[in-house]
Design a protein around this ligand. Structure first.
Ligand SMILES: C[S@@+](CC[C@H](N)C(=O)[O-])C[C@H]1O[C@@H](n2cnc3c(N)ncnc32)[C@H](O)[C@@H]1O
Length: 286
């Protein structure tokens, strides 16, 4: 267990990348925030579990013009502090912001009763995902909604041929990451397989009106400076985590592509892009 999570990941170290992703994902997630807030009562309470750098709660805060309460929950103090800063800035005093350090693997995780619980990219970092969903569902008021972002389509950002190494590097990085992911999940304390998909898992957690929808991440070429910086981080990060499943040629190619002194540095390219999709699954508390 590294830091305060169970997955051996130094999340605080990923702050820069999470912040960049929050900025790049905002256009895709703003309609998601609107859709999730649409049916809620006046002055709702929203709990964002595994809030990271706070990107989605910033979007909730911007949409809550008539006020409400945003409760940020994360196991990593540095990320929680950044999320609180970013959300308070976006809320500009119109929304109450509360931050709580907490562990989603703790069945006693406590937070104010919520009209909406949002958990993006965190349930799969807990050994017993079904138990984590029951914990999240327990934070929702009767009639309120639990929405999770899990799965979807892995982001693509590189051309097939890069002028260095073998073609198809990004696909091999994704395959290596899948191997890493399988081992990460197996190594989590209390890890149990969940032999069905997220919508069934939400129903098993006692929720009704379960549905899924997608949010397209689509930043076409040539992309902004931020996009280039993000891609350099992302490719280095994929290769770092999955290094043992990559062959030496691919490791060497990634080292060249992420080296600002190299003529092949990704940060100098005008043909990078981001294309992928987030999957959102939601259900209502009875
Ligand atoms: C992949 S990031 C997702 C951040 C953000 N929700 C997003 O979608 O960009 C995972 C977040 O979950 C947090 N986390 C990991 N394990 C956790 C646990 N057991 N309890 C609470 N937070 C956890 C990490 O600190 C990190 O902020």
């Amino acid at each position: 267990m590294s830091g305060h999570t169970h997955d051996d990941i130094d999340w605080a170290d990923r702050l820069t990348q999470l912040r960049m992703a929050d900025t790049l994902d905002a256009s895709a997630l703003t309609p998601v925030a609107r859709r999730l807030l649409a049916g809620l009562p006046e002055h709702p309470t929203i709990v964002d579990v595994g809030c990271g750098a706070g990107g989605m709660s910033v979007l909730f805060a911007r949409e809550l013009a008539r006020g409400g309460t945003l409760v940020l929950v994360d196991a990593t103090p540095k990320l929680l502090a950044e999320a609180e800063r970013a959300v308070a800035e976006a809320a500009a005093g119109s929304v109450e912001v509360v931050s709580l350090q907490g562990d989603l693997a703790d069945p006693g995780l406590a937070a104010p009763a919520a009209d909406l619980v949002w958990a993006s990219g965190v349930v799969h970092h807990v050994g017993d995902q079904q138990a984590a969903l029951r914990t999240l569902a327990g934070l929702v008021r009767p009639g309120g909604v639990l929405a999770i972002a899990e799965g979807g389509l892995e982001l693509r950002c590189l051309p097939w041929e890069l002028g260095v190494g073998r073609p198809g590097l990004e696909q091999r990085l994704h395959a290596a990451r899948a191997a890493w992911f399988t081992r990460m999940r197996a190594g989590l304390p209390g890890s149990v397989p969940m032999l069905y998909g997220w919508t069934r898992a939400l129903r098993e957690a006692g929720l009704s009106d379960v549905e899924s929808f997608g949010a397209l991440i689509d930043h076409p070429m040539p992309g902004s400076d931020l996009l280039r910086e993000y891609v350099v981080h992302r490719i280095g990060w994929l290769a770092d985590w999955a290094t043992e499943w990559l062959d030496p040629d691919d490791r060497a190619a990634v080292a060249t592509l992420t080296d600002p002194r190299s003529p092949h540095f990704l940060g100098h390219r005008d043909d990078l892009y981001l294309f992928g999709a987030k999957a959102i699954h939601s259900g209502r508390s009875r």
